[in-house]
Design a protein around this ligand. Sequence first.
Ligand code: SF4
Length: 566
Amino acid sequence: MEVGKTSQEYHEATSLALLNGDDMEEIGLEENDVVKISSGQSSVVVRCQKGWIDPGQVFMPLGPWANHLVAWTTSGTGMPSYKGIDVDISATEEKPTSFEDLFVDRESMSAALADMPRLEAPPEVPEGDQADQLTLGNVVCPFCGCLCDDIELLLKDGKIADAIVGCELSRSRFMNWNKDRVKPAVRKNGKLVEVELEEALDRAAEILKNADYPLIYGMSTTDVDAQRKAVELGEVLGATVDNTTSVCHGPTTIAAQDTGVSKLTLGEVRNRADLVIYWGCNPSEAHVRHVTRYATTPQGMYTEKGREDRAVIHVDVRETKTAKANQRWHFTYQLADKLIKVKPGQDYELFSALRARLRGHEVGDVAGVSAREIDSLLNKMKSCKFGVIFFGLGLTMSSGRHMNIDCVLRLVRDLNEHTKFTILPMRGHYNVAGANHVMLWLTGYPYAVNLSRGYPVYNPGEFSAVDVLGRQECDAALVIASDPAAHFPAQSAEHLSRIPTVVMDPKVSMTALMAEVVLPTAIAGIESDGTAYRMDGVPIRMRKVVDSEFEPDSAILEKLIERVKN
Ligand code: SF4
């Protein structure tokens, strides 16, 4: 959502719980009533709505309200248990938990939201034909890991007036590019005040230089040049450097290091895949054009009839939009042929059952899936010509974490004794894959690296940002192009608000509201060019499409490095 995490729209979308209709009736709840949800960690009061989920389950969108219920501990993996948390739910007369209620330092958070130095709202793009109207084709969309490179932009007076071809997420990204932009700011007397960029850089360098245990985190929505500079700064500082992988596909990385992985490109999927399985992910809402551009409807070299030539199966704990009929422009299509509902937290058991059955062992019903359905799925897997499993955070964020992935990677390896089978994680932020590549080139490890000894030490669970913050070890942080305050468990986010934090971001974010220094940057892929890695590891060159008064992340980081060295 590109209208910003401090917007009313974001608050409404994330302060919400979806319940099963029968459960709501039993508790005596109507649509949009408030409920109190309590975990071992904390409790929040939010609105509830009917969702497509089984009795006994509740779904909350990832955001500050859900994060309040999540413990920061990661069992040595870097990934908190965002899913499968035991909660109590009750009807309540209490007021819904407000944004300010979620933070320890309520006053400064709400004051920062009101006082944050921002660019004035951009002038409206003029209507009608203009002499300086320009259409740009083949623009790369810097939003999700699909990195679609066929976006068409209409520019008027040097501003983006329209974005076509891409999905709703892409359109929102481009059309809101100039909204909620921050200016250089430094906290003085408890308040963020606008300063010259040089002053903000000086203060940021001072904070980082004086820290005993600095943390550099983020990097998933910027280009590879900035990622290189971030690691260089980490080396100069002797910092811990982590990227957002630790809270998305970190467990995938751990499992791949253990088991190995059968890789592929999205071009191969488009041209060859006749069986596509979406497991624990919801492309209809998170990677909208993944289905139309690469995996289900497009016609390929050996999939000439497009959707007709493919079987599509969706495995999830709930009936997401991916399992339903989807509308795109003027046509409706059924994305998945079949939904297989697995019990929450039991994917590992289902993968194990499929492996056992593949070896000829008898299995009964497993994880809520009947033995017959397991056989039917396995037969489809064995008999396809080219199969692929796309998987998401449904596997990495539940209790099995890397063991879920380990088991499915082994299943894919076993299937290759029968046919060609591959697997790919659905990467969320458009260049989180790039952050892994860059850290691998430079340090030998993809994330969670400590550079304080003069050489890289890798250890998810020790050097991942959630752990470092949760244990209250770091005494300063530099957050680059990400928003951990909106995504981390509350206790980790709270430590971020207690230490001096420098935020590099083009827009207002929750982390910026708690920052000591805010350094505005150009938006990579819109206001500056650069390279990003698609979810399948293919590097794509992004274009600069409009001018900016701000400098790219890499230039700001270069200036920080100079200051820290001197
Ligand atoms: S699928 Fe992702 S990369 Fe493609 S247009 Fe939509 S948001 Fe952009």
